[in-house]
Design a binder for this molecule. Structure first.
Ligand code: FES
Length: 140
């Protein structure tokens, strides 16, 4: 599966690469068009969405294939949210400075709870329950 590394900077221009690369099948039914569709916790249940080692404290990692962003707001505490921006459905592009950032119109969400820190988005990112299993972060 694609293993995207989030480096504080860029992010713009990466979206668009995310569709079609994943597993075909049921995922296709969810639609893969301009706007992203966030996955339900049920779709992701039991899936490893990131490796602990890839998620920096105070930052996060975007899993483009699963459209999930995994964060570590404080040492040893992991959170996962949909990577689909609640504004118009772009995939968020980067995580830095405690914020998940959308490249499309500049919305920012807190890594601790997905809440909107800066608009135009006005709804928090959906959170998925996760636990650490064998060095991976797994949706429960
Ligand atoms: S789609 Fe994310 S800010 Fe507009």
């Amino acid at each position: 599966m694609s293993d995207e590394v989030v480096s504080g900077g860029g992010g713009v221009g990466r979206r668009g690469l995310l569709c079609g690369g994943g597993i075909l099948g049921v995922a296709v039914l969810a639609g893969c068009g301009g706007g992203g569709e966030e996955k339900s916790a049920g779709d992701l249940k039991g899936k490893e969405v990131a490796k602990v080692a890839d998620v920096p404290v105070g930052g996060g990692k975007i899993n483009g294939a699963e459209k999930v962003v995994v964060t570590q707001p404080t040492q040893g505490s992991f959170k996962a949210f949909t990577a689909v921006c609640t504004h118009q459905g772009c995939t968020v592009g980067s995580v830095s400075g405690g914020l998940i950032k959308c490249p499309c119109h500049g919305s920012e969400f807190k890594i601790a709870d997905g809440s909107v820190q800066r608009g135009p988005a006005d709804r928090a990112l959906t959170e998925y329950p996760v636990q650490v299993r064998d060095g991976g972060i797994v949706v429960t």
